[in-house]
Write a protein that binds this ligand. Structure first.
Ligand code: PGA
Length: 270
């Protein structure tokens, strides 16, 4: 049995400027330091905590992490697929690596729906991220209309197909791809998918990876659930066999609620 360390990824969206980001990371770390068992578990890397600040706050967040002495991973919320050039307003994967990012979120539903990112664009970003050693957190998920129309699986399958188009095995032998199942209707609404639905879709995604890239890839891929994850719904979610963590929006903006999710995840694991 492969040991997939759960990733608890705080997607801050357009929140927290540089100063606030650094202070938040320090506050989070000092609260962890103050709790002996929590600090032991986080330092033993039983779970992985990740923060995903806006671009301009990445460096200060990284400084805060470095000073804090608590292991935390850093990631960005988006990137362009080219290395540089005339793309006003865009940031490349190489730039993200240079400021210390390990991860990049790709294809978040807000990027797909508000900024009209297509499956094809997300596919190009996936290829680039993987080619430069930046680990993508690929977001997939259906809208309420698609869910009500009974086409959840086919929508997610198409998103996966397009994101991985042109990428062939051996992929993900080391678990460098992360996928987040985020039903659009659950994001920011307080309406989390049921634990059973989250498990069913995470298993569906794992099977897709297995069919495409083989058994090891499927065993190693971490699949997160995202959409209204809060401390009080964490335990049920994390008890599901194929849910390997969470992509957390609103609840990651507050030290107490983010740590509530971390603690409840650790409780399930120990
Ligand atoms: P939420 O956001 O936790 O606020 O629902 C999740 C996300 O958008 O990644």
């Amino acid at each position: 049995m492969v040991n997939r360390v759960p990733l608890l990824a705080g997607n801050w969206k357009m929140n927290k400027g540089p100063l606030e980001a650094e202070n938040f990371v320090k506050d989070l770390a000092s609260t962890i330091h103050d709790n002996e068992s929590l600090s032991k578990a986080v330092k033993a890397r039983i779970v992985e905590i990740g923060v995903f600040p806006p671009f301009v706050s990445l460096e200060r967040a990284k400084k805060g992490i470095f000073i804090s002495g608590i292991p935390m991973s850093l990631g960005a919320q988006n990137m362009h697929w080219e290395d540089n050039g005339a793309f006003t307003g865009e940031v490349s994967g190489e730039m993200l690596k240079e400021v210390g990012c390990k991860y990049v979120i790709l294809g978040h539903s807000e990027r797909r729906h508000i900024f009209r990112e297509t499956n094809e664009m997300i596919g190009k970003k996936m290829k680039k991220a993987l080619s430069i050693g930046l680990k993508p957190i690929l977001c997939v998920g259906e809208t309420l209309e698609e869910r009500d129309g009974g086409i959840t699986e086919s929508v997610v399958e198409e998103q996966l197909e397009e994101a991985f188009r042109g990428l062939t095995g051996p992929l993900n032998q080391e678990g460098n791809v992360i996928i987040a199942y985020e039903p659009v209707w659950a994001i920011g609404t307080g309406r989390k998918a049921s634990d059973e639905d989250a498990q069913r879709m995470c298993l569906f995604i794992r099977k897709f990876i297995g069919d495409k890239f083989g058994f090891t890839a499927a065993q190693n891929v971490r699949i997160l659930y995202g959409g209204s994850v809060k401390p009080d719904n964490t335990k049920g979610l994390m008890s599901q066999a194929d849910v390997d963590g969470a992509l957390i929006g609103g609840a990651s903006l507050d030290v107490e609620s983010f740590l509530g999710i971390v603690k409840n995840t650790i409780d399930v694991l120990l």
